[in-house]
Design a protein around this ligand. Sequence first.
Ligand SMILES: [Fe+2]
Ligand SMILES: [Fe+2]
Length: 235
Amino acid sequence: MTVTTMFPQLRSVELAEGVRARAFAAGETLVQVVEIAPGAVLPPHSHDEAQAGILVSGRLTLLIGEEERVMEPLRTAYMIAPGVPHAARNPTSEPTVSIDLKRLVDRPCSSGFIELGDRKKTKLGLFNEFFVGDWFEIMISTLEAGGQMPDHRHRHEQIGYVIGGAAYRMTVGGEEHEHGPGDAYYAAPMVSHSAVNDSAESSLNFVAFIPPRYHRPADDGSPLLASVPTAGEPA
Ligand SMILES: [Fe+2]
Ligand SMILES: [Fe+2]
């Protein structure tokens, strides 16, 4: 398989004992598919990059600042502002998988958990659910059997990763790949992309837009974010 920046290759890294990541670069964003073994711990740390992500399977206890939450797969996303300490552990006897984004962000960032809410959209055999942060939007996208994403482009960066299900034809910048579970793509700003699922099975995808594409943060006025106070904020 030809490996290009549009279809990045994943690289395996051990982050801590029992914590393995498959990582790839998508433009300025580091994307990590992280598997945490039963009982394994990601010790408290902080960094200059903003971080965000979602749990894909299993259960994960995530501590952000002072707030701790047991995350549910594909129901809760999280975001962590630069410098805010965070830690994670797998409290169960099953492995847990999350997909995390890390990058330097040139805008105000907040920290907290994001609930799914009712941000859903269906068209042309696509079923999408959204988690909206202040610098990113995560879309969990089901591409049904026979479904398609017509060719389009936009100013937002788009990062995709196939969580499971069928392989489909993914085209980015005119380059077509048979795209299956564990594969990733990156569409830089204004690079055209499309997808066609000719198979008899649906495909489950993680998609991130930077900045948010379909929703502005809290644009419906609902309290989406359980925010974590940062140092210097009035109590
Ligand atoms: Fe981190
Ligand atoms: Fe797109």
